[in-house]
Design a protein. Structure first.
Length: 366
């Protein structure tokens, strides 16, 4: 399979799976204020737990996989960009140019890996990592706006075949959600007012743009799907799950942005955060159940076949989004053992699904 920016979905999914156990431990292991660390596992006397050991192992393996895949894909992307014809044809094609947002999503997710698993394993001081993270994030924020401006220009100046639209069209919304999440995290954590304020302002821009695009695009996609006589081709069907990680990204972004407002202006928006996070979690659970039912025949007849297409990464990202929202609900609003078990089960399912997709990718991707 020759290089395409959409390949970054593999690195993105690996980062997502790496973050799942981190978020689980963040909200389930007793620790001091701030981010949970490896020392907290030993301090809580949990180092002998097989469950915890498995989680730490998953985090380490998938964080490393994300770094390795990112390095390989960045090298390939530099060569791809230098090929003006190939990259130009990609960007000028409506069915493919939305894939240009995949590297932005994945690289923004790399910052989450730095602020999560890297801090967990290496004891990096969060404040020391925030400034370089902010610089990289600012570059990604600018690239996102430029890519979106070019995409909008392409949609306006060239006719879009609406019958060929699919839920992969939401990748730019996914990118705005991811960039918003990272920005809100920087704003809520930074001890430097200028960095926190700049990150907050830029996050508001990304959140507003992303929310607008999400509503507009979702309406268009649902409208055309209802008018269609059948579901899209099977290669696009798993893309329906893209809605779930988007709900997670916007929900957690608003939560973290409210933390920034509370730290900076003493605005108590806990009630609003409650409705946003629990509402996002409920919506994510509903979407997973509804889409799974909608695609029941696909899962029974097609999903297990020995073939690969990029939309197969979407269910992995959906499990990541669901688990992260579940952990936020557990940690902040509803400490229920059953919910924690569902989150753990989601991690196991994501690992199995990622391994299956990765094997298909290397074995059958043309």
């Amino acid at each position: 399979m020759k290089f395409s920016p959409i390949k970054f979905q593999a690195a993105l999914a690996a980062a997502g799976v790496a973050l799942m156990p981190f978020v689980y431990l963040q909200f389930s292991v007793p620790h001091g204020k701030g981010i949970v660390g490896f020392a907290d596992i030993y301090g809580a006397g949990m180092s002998g737990s097989y469950f915890i050991t498995i989680l730490v192992g998953i985090m380490a393996v998938f964080a490393a996989a994300h770094v390795v895949l990112t390095m390989f894909y960045l090298k390939d992307m530099v060569l791809w960009i230098s090929d003006k014809k190939e990259s130009g044809d990609f960007m000028n094609s409506h069915p493919t140019n939305i894939g240009i947002f995949s590297p932005i999503i994945s690289l923004a997710m790399s910052i989450n890996v730095l602020m999560g698993p890297a801090v967990f394993f290496f004891g990096i001081t969060v404040q020391s990592a925030l400034l370089p993270a902010f610089i990289v994030w600012t570059i990604l924020w600018i690239l996102l706006l430029l890519a979106e401006a070019r995409a909008v220009k392409s949609w306006v100046t060239k006719p879009v075949e609406t019958d060929k639209l699919n839920f992969g069209w939401l990748l730019d919304v996914f990118a705005f959600g991811m960039v918003s999440l990272v920005g809100a995290g920087i704003a809520s954590l930074s001890a430097k007012n200028n960095v926190a304020s700049a990150a907050a302002l830029m996050t508001m821009t990304a959140l507003a743009a992303g929310a607008f695009l999400f509503v507009v695009k979702l309406i268009i996609l649902v409208y055309h799907q209802l008018r269609a006589e059948k579901l899209p081709e099977k290669t696009f069907l798993p893309g329906y799950f893209t809605v779930v990680p988007i709900l997670c990204l916007f929900g957690v972004s608003v939560y973290k942005f409210n933390v920034y407002l509370k730290n900076t202006f003493a605005y108590d928006l806990n009630a609003f955060s409650f409705f946003v996070v629990t509402g996002s979690f409920t919506a994510a659970a509903f979407c997973i159940l509804f889409i799974s039912y909608l695609l029941k025949e696909y899962f029974l007849e097609e999903f297990g076949k020995k073939e690969f297409y990029p939309s197969l990464w979407s269910p992995v990202c959906a499990l990541v989004g669901f688990e992260v929202l579940g952990c936020y609900v557990y940690g902040n609003y509803y400490r229920n053992t059953a919910l924690l078990f569902v989150c753990y089960l989601s991690i196991v399912m994501a690992v199995v699904l990622y391994a299956s997709n990765f094997w298909k990718y290397h074995r059958y991707a043309g």
